[in-house]
Design a protein around this ligand. Structure first.
Ligand code: GLU
Length: 291
């Protein structure tokens, strides 16, 4: 009996397209080949962009593709307390700080000193600063909104030499062909937002926690998320979570070489199905050899 466990973790912010079909089928086939488990997780922490009709369409499209998953399905919106507890654990370790700045203010600061903020996976690498307790108290008393940022310098102090020894095992490949044992360099994120003002968590925190909670041994997902893995390894180390194996896959593209996006209505599985495309056509399309 293998413990191989993988997952497909879509966000219900639009209809699934061919790129999702490729990703879901790749993970599903890997689980079947290994005699392991395939999980489905709904990443719906962004309550303003997630819609119940998109979640319903995910189930319908995946069933149509012949993908089946373990139950119960984990829906992130039902686990906000777990993410809050993890944030609290990071606070106790002294590695996060409140950031009261608005996006506009941050953008202005970066524009004034762009050399301090080279580009990272989520835009310019911004490093804020922990305010003095009295400053925080007064902002909090005024009801000022804030996000939580993960401090790279505090994380480095907390982990010591282990910070520079973080690595991950890549069985697939990153966008530049990175494969094998990869040194993790989470500092490419600057001090990332780890809990947003609106949701109280972030994709990174929720996803890392859920993968551990659900016993995911193999993370199979698109290469666009390869850079996020650097940060995920740091979160795993800070939260004493196991390190899964990663298998990033290439993103499939349309005839003109463009990635599929949720906004391309014609490439959704839903519209293709309605126009008579069969499941076999989809398999042929996503697994054709020249992807
Ligand atoms: N929810 C993410 C997405 O839809 C996927 C996250 C992951 O696989 O780690 O792009």
């Amino acid at each position: 009996m293998t413990n191989f466990t993988t997952r497909f973790a879509p966000s219900p912010t639009g209809l699934l397209h061919l790129g999702h079909a490729f990703s879901a089928l790749t993970a599903f086939n890997a689980a079947s080949d290994a005699g392991g488990k395939f999980l489905l997780r709904i990443e719906d922490i962004d309550q303003t962009r997630c819609k119940p009709e998109f979640e319903a369409a995910i189930y319908e499209d995946l069933e149509w593709l012949g993908v089946n998953w373990e139950t119960p399905i984990r829906r992130q919106s039902e686990h906000l307390d777990d993410y809050g507890a993890a944030l609290e654990a990071l606070r106790e370790k002294g590695v996060v700080y409140r950031c009261f700045k608005t996006r506009k203010k941050i953008a202005d600061e970066i524009a004034r000193a762009p050399h301090l903020s080279p580009d990272g996976p989520e835009g310019p690498q911004y490093i804020g600063k922990m305010l003095a307790a009295y400053e925080e108290r007064s902002l909090l008393a005024d009801g000022a909104a804030f996000a939580w940022r993960l401090s790279m310098s505090a994380s480095r102090s907390y982990l010591g030499a282990a910070f520079d020894q973080l690595s991950f095992n890549e069985e697939g490949s990153g966008p530049k062909g990175e494969t094998g044992l990869i040194t993790a360099t989470p500092e490419i994120f600057g001090d990332p937002v780890i809990a947003r003002k609106d949701s109280g968590t972030s994709y990174h925190l929720a996803s890392v926690l859920d993968d551990a909670e659900q016993g995911v041994t193999h993370i199979i997902r698109g290469g666009d998320l390869f850079p996020a893995t650097h940060l995920h390894r740091l979160l795993q180390a800070l939260l004493d979570l196991p390190a899964p194996i990663y298998r990033h896959h290439p993103l499939i593209t349309d005839e003109s070489g463009r990635r599929f996006a949720k906004r391309d209505k014609s490439a959704t599985l839903n519209s293709m199905r309605k126009s008579g495309v069969t499941r076999e056509d989809i398999f042929m399309r996503v697994f054709r050899p020249h992807q």
